[in-house]
Design a protein around this ligand. Sequence first.
Ligand SMILES: [Zn+2]
Length: 405
Amino acid sequence: MKKQRKKRRIFKATASVLYCVLVITLIVGCFIDEDSASLVRINQSNAAQMSELYLFNPYRDVDWDSVGHYRANLHAHTNRSDGRHTPAYVIAKYQELGYDFLAITEHNRVTYPWTDFGHIPRPQKGGLFDGLTTQAIAGNELSRGHHVVSLFTDFNAHWWRHRNARDKLTAGSAHGSGEGRFFLAHPGRYVPHPQFLDLPFWGHNLEFYVGMYLDFPSLVGMEVFNQADRYRHDRKIYDRVLSELMPHRPVWAIAADDNHGRHYGFNKVTMLLTEPTIDNFRQGLERGVFFSSSFGRFNPQKLDEQAGQAGARWDYVPSVERIDVCAQTGYINIIANNYTDIIWTTYRGREAGRGGIINYRQNSHAYRFLRATLVNEIDGELIAQTLVQPFGIGEYCSDSWWFYF
Ligand SMILES: [Zn+2]
């Protein structure tokens, strides 16, 4: 009797240990990275195609000597949705910080044109709009399901008919004369950990993101910095999406304040334009002719206070002066200011190199895309960073990739 009970106990213990091992194996299996498998693929591909690689350079038409650099925030809230301040205050604040363009993007609400809202003073002598140089970009944050920031259009999603990102983009892209352009806001909110991208049952997995970008040409970008740096793995999601889509379907990196009252001037987009018009801005956004910068978790207000001047913070942000590409040799050369290092990222977020110069033909990691991040550290503290848009690396030459519109 006693022996039997002992046997049963041993059996039970063994069974539960086995069960635990099985469960752990399953969990680890789900989350394991396929890095080793893809590494082989990269090396094979690079070795075979080394001499046949083409670089798709979003900045190739830029005349660096004459182009203007224009500061923009493409995501902001006022008290017309859940922001703290009035539209007038928000506009004045961005004007003060030297922004050339601002999109007010309420939740499912259009605050545009700015002058149409009762609590925004109309242009008048001595009023807010005297000397206002910040230009308005029509905007809206379509906020059911995955948030989508909508620009250049007064489109507003229907509260019942457009329930998810796909519905909203289908309707938004067709609205008006199709002038709307869109980007996905804070993907990190919908993907609790980058490994969730590989889970088939997860609604916002890699298949979802890739499908959205393939199906909607009007979806031009993805937020990689939101507010300060609210969702740290936004960039990891971004790199996974690029790894699937590049070089033929670029997705541009966007840093935006998503300001609700506490994040004025933490992030910006620097658009390269010959003339600062709304049409030119839209084209620049489509073709990735811009940089995205962020102070991340560093509070830039400190820099303004130190200098006693609003906007003094911008002197600490890495700024790109020119990018030279030599197709014959394969060199990409970035000339910039206010930075301490440049980090090159490629397939699946892997680091491909450091410094201003990289060779996309000879670099053994470079696969499908290369993108540069310029960082500025002072005494070991990361103050600000600037993201250069991804260069596509392809095995045959095609110009179609950016001419969707
Ligand atoms: Zn928002």
